[in-house]
Design a protein around this ligand. Structure first.
Ligand code: HEM
Length: 221
């Protein structure tokens, strides 16, 4: 009995040591810093995407992947072309940042928690899908469902990046209570639903239709 409890203590001590080693890995601060940069870069990209939408610049670059057949469309430059061109360039840089984090997590996989390479592969997958949706918004001439999908994946990318950061920061904190999780999950879900309704409204030009046929939309008058 004494031998068994000593063995158990050793195993628990060993697991504790491994966990401590993992979480005290010298590479984690690098991922934390890159994570904070990613959150700001994504928020900036989403703002530029939103500006592209409200300035009706979605088709300012009519072709894909280049803009007017050129990497730097100086001859056609105006505010709208700049927004659409810069949105693509910024998306490319964010993609490179995510690829960089994923590659580092693969190289240092034995020194970091094993959920990190897995979640970075999810992030990489999402950014590839998002890039494809971006291309489809142009090819499908701003089809409403494609634009809506593009916005929702942007939010998924941001949520995943913030969650990774939270997990990296809070490794010592115990699992949150279920009611606390629900309390946070409900507003998040409502925000996503509201954004979906909003993007459908704007990408189908519903407000314009309302205003031009004012009998159907008395609430706006
Ligand atoms: C990580 C990558 C990307 C993110 C996070 C992102 C995010 C966004 C967001 C949030 C919007 C505003 C959507 C709305 O308000 O309805 C937007 C618009 C847009 N994005 Fe992206 N985007 C990304 C990559 C791309 C790429 C690679 C393209 C390639 C062409 C692209 C093309 C567009 C276009 C054309 C619009 C305007 C859509 C419209 O006018 O209806 N995006 N993007």
């Amino acid at each position: 009995m004494v031998f068994e409890s000593k063995l158990l203590c050793k195993i628990i001590g060993f697991i504790h040591l491994i966990n401590n080693q993992l979480y005290k890995s010298k590479y984690l601060p690098i991922f934390k810093r890159l994570g904070i940069h990613s959150v700001f870069a994504l928020i900036a990209l989403i703002v530029i995407g939103g500006a592209t939408r409200v300035m009706e610049a979605g088709l300012a670059c009519p072709d894909w992947p280049l803009c007017y057949g050129s990497f730097l469309p100086f001859n056609h430059m105006n505010l709208r072309v700049f927004l659409e061109w810069f949105h693509r360039l910024d998306a490319f840089l964010v993609g490179v940042l995510i690829l960089f984090k994923f590659t580092l997590s693969i190289i240092w996989r034995t020194e970091i928690p094993n959920w990190l390479p897995k979640t970075y592969s999810l992030l990489l997958f999402l950014v590839i899908v998002q890039g494809s949706f971006g291309a489809l918004t142009v090819i499908n001439l701003l089809d409403s469902y494609t634009v809506s999908g593009h916005l929702l994946i942007a939010f998924l990318l941001l949520i995943t990046t913030i969650s990774i950061n939270q997990n990296l920061e809070n490794d010592a904190i115990q699992e949150p209570l279920i009611w606390w999780r629900l309390l946070l999950f409900v507003p998040l879900l409502l925000t996503l639903i509201q954004s979906f309704i909003g993007v459908r409204l704007s990408s189908t030009w519903s407000a314009h239709i309302c205003l031009s046929f004012n009998k159907q939309c008395l609430i706006l008058n």
